[in-house]
Design a protein around this ligand. Structure first.
Ligand code: GLU
Length: 388
């Protein structure tokens, strides 16, 4: 067993994400017995000194049951209305069930901007920290009543990972109807093998995630792996486990099988954690092989290595850095606006002032404003280690 794997009770702060299908039955609504058992597990962990945060899905599923909406895909305004009805019931259920253990619940509803914009991110983090200081359990969901198709997380896997990195959790537990990651989607491939331990999210691991999602929940394995990239790159371990049993946390403690994703060993600053977890980079810079090598050895991105600039971004916005093959290799805060970046792409740093009419920064993205993406090929990973 790998050494970074540790028992739940040995963690300091855990974020638990609960999928809709675990909490809500399409016909009968809330699965109260399951929720009560879950809250017993949470109370047991808290009694051992572990801080627990819950990211609970189920607002839309619950609302559509209460409103008796027909099955099948909902229109945006229907899901917004369903969330409005469902969230109030969901929050009450959590509050009541936790109060049986004298635990206070605090509801937090986040919109995409609350994690993407640095100022709002710090504000949301302060509220959550205050709740935890007061020993309450934050019960978090996306604010689906105002989320639109363009402006939403859409799945609570990535939202939970954002929350986990925001609060510096050491473990993220994704509970859903699948017990972990397989080499291929197990319902499609009888030879699919279960992966007990994932050391790093490589392109091979990413390829194993199918696209499947059920009617009740939006996330499939794809969004779980995306969540894993956000969490592990910020030093937070991740577990994917089945929640289809009563007392799912106790089941993990008792050794039920699950996939463990090891956290990246490199310490990351809070600012870099925020950069790495941005869901919607404002632009893309495609770089040549020389620049790619330079980035892997810890250098800044110079204008000379940039081949192509896509998107409209301002200085300070997050942009993705892509290899010539189109693979994301890093993210960082742009040192120039998109328009300026286009003018100086491919040019030597010494030429910048003649082109722009002022002497700008030497780097397109400074190394302090840049985070390498976790998903890199094994060779580049080895190279990076050798250079470190
Ligand atoms: N936020 C959605 C809800 O509460 C769930 C999103 C998901 O399934 O991941 O209904």
């Amino acid at each position: 067993m790998a050494t970074d794997r540790r028992p739940l009770a040995a963690c300091r702060r855990i974020v638990i994400k609960i999928g809709s299908a675990l909490l809500v039955d399409r016909k009968s609504g809330l699965k109260k017995a399951w929720l009560d058992a879950m809250c017993e597990d949470i109370a047991a962990l808290k009694a051992k000194g572990v801080e627990v945060l819950v990211v609970s899905s189920g607002a839309i599923a619950m609302g559509r049951t209460v409103l008796d909406l027909a099955s099948g895909a909902l229109k945006l305004e229907e899901s917004q209305a369903a969330a409005a009805v469902g969230q109030i019931a969901l929050a009450r259920a959590w509050s009541e069930s936790l109060s049986r253990h004298e635990i206070i619940a605090g509801q937090i509803l986040l919109t995409l901007g609350d994690t993407e914009e640095r100022r709002r991110y710090l504000n949301a983090r302060a509220t959550i920290s205050q709740l935890m200081k007061l020993k309450a359990v934050p019960v978090i969901n996306e604010n689906d009543t105002v989320a639109t198709t363009e402006i939403r997380y859409g799945d609570n896997d990535r939202l939970a990972a954002r929350v986990a990195t925001m609060v510096g959790a050491d473990l993220l537990v994704l509970l859903s109807d699948i017990d972990g990651l397989y080499t291929a989607p197990p319902h499609l491939d009888p030879n699919a093998e279960f992966l007990d331990y994932v050391a790093a999210i490589t392109p091979e691991i990413e390829a194993m995630a199918g696209g499947a999602a059920s009617e009740l929940s939006r996330g499939g394995m794809r969004t779980k792996i995306d969540a894993g990239k956000i969490a592990t790159s910020a030093g937070c371990a991740m577990i994917i486990a089945s929640g289809k049993v009563d007392h799912p946390l106790q089941a993990i403690i008792d050794g039920v099988r699950h996939s463990w994703f090891a956290p990246s060993a490199e310490p990351v600053t809070a600012r870099k954690t925020w950069i790495a977890g941005q869901l919607l980079p404002a632009g893309r810079l495609t770089v040549d092989e020389g620049a790619e090598r330079a980035l892997h050895s810890g250098k800044s991105l110079l204008p000379a290595g940039v081949r192509k600039v896509d998107g409209e971004f301002s200085r300070g916005d997050t942009v993705a850095i892509l290899s010539l093959a189109g693979r994301e290799i890093a993210r960082g805060l742009a040192g120039y606006d998109a328009q300026e970046a286009r003018q100086i792409a491919g040019k030597k740093s010494a030429e910048i002032s003649a082109i722009l009419g002022y002497s700008g920064r030497a780097a397109m993205i400074h190394r302090d404003d840049m985070v390498m993406s976790v998903a890199r090929n094994a060779k580049a990973g080895e190279k990076e280690k050798a250079d470190a």
